[in-house]
Design a protein around this ligand. Structure first.
Ligand SMILES: [Zn+2]
Ligand SMILES: [Zn+2]
Length: 409
């Protein structure tokens, strides 16, 4: 009787603990890349070959973001016997060796052999494993603003739409800023219509010097941009007359949080990979994001990013990033032989006006860094730099880094 009572009581307590306990689901970090190209646009590999690079690279999720297309419908790609297309017989043989002859569909036309490109549903079937690897549907919504005058200039405006349901057409506009905001609005409207959380990030603002920091500041419908893009053609470090993407972030944040009254701007790191057979211009594995979420699905990951629950990386792993309770805290994963420096960066408001934009507020060495705001900071963000040189860098001399999101108190 007593035993039964104890057993019943234990069960009740267990039940109570399960029901009344901390019901917030346990979260973890997921590694992903939101910007990659395939043969569906100007990438230099079949989508399954691209996917394999990321599966083998330990990624949890991947967005294939081809220019103005999604991976849908029947599409045949020419196999060049003479190197005139982006699919050579050698690469075709590689696909057959990797996936088997039955997995590669070929036909011969009057102009030669063609291979059918796998669609996203087919790729999902081949690679997705629940809780281990996920594709999120995406597109690089690609357009440019053409100036008028004697020597018109094309200003590229590329935006990645993430977790979309269908193709989104690029928009036009009367200026770079107008075109950028029209496209962002179209992407967000798509999310509202399809009833799913979507996300839009502005890509490589310095590519073709297309998008200025003022344009970045004026992004209205969404608030993500690439602070790091691994493609060597995108001028991320700026030049004598153009700010780096890091500096764009600080200038845009400052204007948004003062005169414009817009919210914070979040930074992502991506590969923008096009080359998968040794070309150095753009490769997989240079930059990625880590998203903190309870589960590996597109909706959860996008919601987490919208809440700022992610960081950008080009090699540094963070065990934790916390903002709140009076401090910005960063914990860095130890790596043999490496040392780390964390810089807390922000803009202070002194006597009602903006002091130095993007000032280094504090610099700390070691595996953990803490910054307690003094009260005059408009925002605070954290940048961690490793002593280790990036093994496959965007630019020679780049060190591995991680970027925490801005904290606006
Ligand atoms: Zn682009
Ligand atoms: Zn791209």
């Amino acid at each position: 009787m007593i035993r039964t009572l104890i057993a019943t009581l234990s069960c009740s307590l267990l039940w109570f603990a399960l029901v009344a306990g901390d019901d917030a689901p346990e979260t973890r970090w997921w590694k992903g890349n939101t910007h990659t190209h395939t043969l569906w646009s100007d990438g230099r590999a079949a989508p399954e070959w691209v996917a394999k690079q990321y599966v083998d690279g330990g990624y949890d999720f991947l967005v294939l973001s081809d220019h103005n297309t999604i991976q849908a419908g029947e599409r045949w790609f020419p196999v060049s016997e003479d190197g005139s297309s982006r699919l050579s017989p050698k690469e075709l043989d590689g696909l057959i060796a990797e996936f088997g002859a039955e997995a590669v569909q070929l036909r011969t036309t009057e102009t030669g052999r063609e291979m059918r490109l796998l669609t996203l549903p087919e790729l999902r079937q081949r690679f997705e494993v629940p809780g281990e690897f996920l594709f999120i549907q995406g597109e690089e919504v690609t357009s440019h603003f053409r100036s008028t005058g004697e020597k018109p200039v094309n200003y590229p405006v590329h935006i990645n739409a993430v977790n979309i349901e269908a193709y989104i057409a690029p928009r036009g506009g009367d200026s770079v800023s107008d075109l950028l905001n029209e496209s962002l609005e179209a992407i967000i409207a798509h999310g509202e219509e399809s009833g799913r959380p979507v996300l839009a990030h502005l890509n490589h603002p310095n590519f073709g010097w297309g998008v200025t920091w003022q344009d970045v500041a004026r992004m209205g419908a969404d608030r993500f941009f690439e602070v790091y893009n691994g493609h060597r053609g995108v001028r991320s470090h700026g030049d004598e007359t153009h700010p780096s993407t890091e500096s764009i972030w600080d200038q845009a944040l400052t204007l948004r949080l003062t005169a414009l009254g817009l919210g914070p701007l979040f930074g992502v790191a991506t590969d923008d990979a096009h080359d998968y057979y040794g070309g150095l211009t753009s490769q997989s594995g240079r930059g990625w994001i880590m998203v903190r979420s309870a589960s590996l699905d597109g909706d959860s990951l996008v919601r987490a990013m919208r809440a700022g629950e992610f960081y950008a990386s080009s090699g540094v792993t963070l065990d934790d990033v916390q903002m709140g309770d009076g401090a910005y805290r960063v914990s860095i994963r130890a790596q043999p032989g490496e040392t780390f420096v964390t810089r807390f960066v922000g803009t202070r408001i002194v006597d009602g006006t903006v002091a130095t934009v993007g000032e280094v507020l504090a610099e700390q060495a070691g595996l953990s860094a803490v910054y307690e705001p003094k009260g005059d900071e408009l925002y605070i963000r954290a940048v961690v730099t490793s002593s280790r040189l990036h093994p496959n860098p965007y630019a020679e001399g780049d060190r591995e880094m991680a970027w925490g999101q801005p904290w606006v108190r």
